[in-house]
Design a protein. Structure first.
Length: 425
């Protein structure tokens, strides 16, 4: 017990040492997470309520992911030029525009355009976020910053999920003639407005870590891709994202169609399940300290696969939510560790571009997975897709171990490669 108290005191002390920029990012994430939780809970149901089926939903997810993948490298080069702070600001504004289109227009091709715009904004945010956090943290607090950022985002997402579950019903009580789709739309717009307040925090941040001289884009791409570490991050990203990509976007529709869950129950189910992931995010430094970054990522991802399978074959909703919680706990425990590791093994001056390449690999696979998942669900039902996704998740853990097992815990330099090919951040 004394060891636990001492570890907790050390954890709190490290959190108190976060820089002002890091604190502002955490504040922004807490607001953005509200919209994210609401959007991920309600948007798929909104699309189905408009009369579209899972096949179109899969197309929408696939095109959105493809747009993010295509835009990721230009976004990375842009962030390396304008700085991560401006990248975060621009990405937030573009994302807001895309989401506004998605929730106010009901024409299929315009929905797709809105999804692509939002995807480009998300790509900007993603490629800028990790380099910005890395530049505004130290070796002592970096892993903790990533884990706290993930935990805060999840907590805010819980609030957004609960709002998405209950607000539509409240709206229809006040306006009984309003359609279900219209109540969903109003909820999404309201939670999006809350997240728009994050711009005030982002404006207050100071730019750090931006090089005084920016190399030509072609040179940056060549340098980035020549790094063995970056190439391995790209390949492993393809596997890590495929298992979940097949089925995760359809979780809410799964709850509704298989178990007949109402939006209130779906909101509660997501909130209860995701609550457990906060412990996973905050516990990431503990797991990383005992297994090493690579070992911890492998262990967590390997264990997530069986619970994804069990979720898909569960007889009742409460059991499915239980397995969803454990599976998501494992994934969220691994994510901060993977983020920390990926930023350590590439040089600071190419972090945004390297991050964009790995983001591209993830989104290409998410797009393919979302499309295939929609088609497979429409023809085979949910259980086979859950089983396939779980098996791929376990294979991905093995691929990650093979790719990075030679990287040492202290310094994260590969034992079998020339030292100059990989930077120690």
């Amino acid at each position: 017990m004394p060891d636990i108290r001492a570890a907790l005191r050390e954890y709190i002390q490290i959190v108190r040492e976060f820089s002002d920029n890091a604190r502002l990012v955490l504040y922004a994430l807490s607001l953005i997470g509200i919209s994210y939780g609401s959007f991920t809970t309600l948007f798929n149901l909104y699309i189905v309520e408009l009369g579209f089926d899972e096949a179109f939903l899969g197309i929408l997810i696939g095109i959105s992911a493809a747009g993010a993948a295509i835009a990721s490298v230009p976004c990375g080069l842009l962030v390396d030029r304008i700085g991560a702070r401006r990248g975060l600001l621009l990405g937030t504004a573009v994302t807001a525009l895309g989401i506004l289109i998605e929730v106010t227009i009901t024409i299929a091709w315009i929905l797709i355009i809105g999804a692509v715009i939002a995807a480009v904004g998300v790509a900007l945010i993603f490629v800028a976020q990790l380099p910005f956090l890395a530049a505004n943290s130290t070796e002592r607090d970096r892993m903790h910053l990533y884990s706290v950022a993930a935990a805060i985002f999840v907590l805010a997402g819980i609030g957004g999920s609960l709002l998405a579950g209950f607000v539509p019903g409240w709206i229809r009580e006040v306006f009984p003639d309003l359609s279900v789709a219209a109540s969903y739309r109003a909820t999404l717009l309201a939670t999006g407005a809350i997240s728009g307040l994050s711009l005030f925090a982002l404006v207050r941040m100071r730019e750090t870590g931006r090089p005084e001289w920016v190399r030509p884009s072609r040179e940056v791409i060549q340098t980035t891709y020549r790094s063995p570490a970056v190439r391995r991050l790209i390949v492993t990203g393809l596997f890590l994202s495929l298992g979940g990509g097949l089925i995760v976007p359809f979780f809410n529709v799964f709850y509704q169609e298989v178990y007949g869950a109402s939006t209130e129950l779906i909101g509660i189910a997501r909130a209860v399940g995701i609550t457990v992931t906060v412990a996973g995010s905050l516990g990431a430094p503990w797991l990383g300290g005992r297994l090493g970054l690579v070992g911890a990522v492998v262990a967590a991802r390997l264990l997530s696969g069986p619970f994804l399978i069990l979720m898909g074959v569960s007889p009742v909703l409460v059991v499915a939510v239980f397995f969803f919680a454990i599976r998501t706990f494992m994934v969220y425990m691994s994510d901060p560790l993977h983020s920390d590791f990926s930023m350590r093994i590439v040089p600071p001056e190419i972090r945004a571009t390297a991050n964009s390449l790995t983001f591209m690999s993830w989104n290409i696979t998410l797009g393919i997975g979302g499309y295939l998942g929609g088609v497979m669900i429409a023809s085979l039902g949910y259980p086979p897709v859950f089983i396939l996704g779980g098996l791929i998740s376990m294979v991905a853990a093995g691929v990650y171990w093979v790719a990075f097992r030679d990287y040492q815990q202290d310094g994260y330099t590969p034992q079998r490669e020339e030292p100059e090919t990989v930077s120690q951040a």
